[in-house]
Design a protein around this ligand. Structure first.
Ligand SMILES: Cc1cc2nc3c(=O)[nH]c(=O)nc-3n(C[C@H](O)[C@H](O)[C@H](O)COP(=O)(O)O)c2cc1C
Length: 126
């Protein structure tokens, strides 16, 4: 399972690095690249541009065919807007919101997410 992520200030990047899973980062100003294996997408939360940039990536070539679900990174101080980009994307593409974490996540978050990904992979998704 591939992890595709966007990170503006490094929190999501740090989380992904600690999972030691295979990953690829979306470039904010050049988000179009092709994936050809199942992936989970991790999004930070800022504004609607994040949803648009990730949508551009998802709509490129056949990328959407490989999308398993979304994970959000955010800050609970934003209250009802906590992880809103990942939630908006999950709704827009009718895919599950698998998990959310604050900032770069705790070690517990990293372990939980790795288990979740392993479980998804064991259901036959590669
Ligand atoms: C200007 C700004 C706006 C933000 N807006 C939200 C928000 O609406 N909801 C939320 O949950 N977190 C919000 N955050 C928190 C970030 O999403 C959070 O710090 C995240 O871990 C950033 O990931 P990154 O460092 O990989 O870019 C905001 C942070 C900044 C600096």
């Amino acid at each position: 399972m591939l992890i595709v992520f966007l990170s503006l200030t490094g929190n999501v990047r740090s989380f992904v690095k600690r999972t030691e899973l295979e990953s690829v980062e979306i470039n904010y100003s050049d988000p179009l690249f092709e994936v050809q294996e199942s992936f989970v997408l991790i999004a930070p939360s800022y504004d609607d541009d994040i949803t648009d940039i990730i949508s551009s990536f998802l709509n490129y070539k056949n990328n959407l065919d490989y999308l398993i679900g979304f994970v959000g990174s955010g800050n609970m101080n934003f209250d009802h807007n906590y992880c809103f980009n990942a939630r908006d994307l999950a709704q827009k593409y009718n895919k599950p919101l698998l998990f959310t974490f604050e900032f770069s996540g705790t070690d517990e978050d990293v372990n939980y997410f790795k288990k979740e990904v392993n479980q998804l992979a064991s259901t036959g998704i590669k």
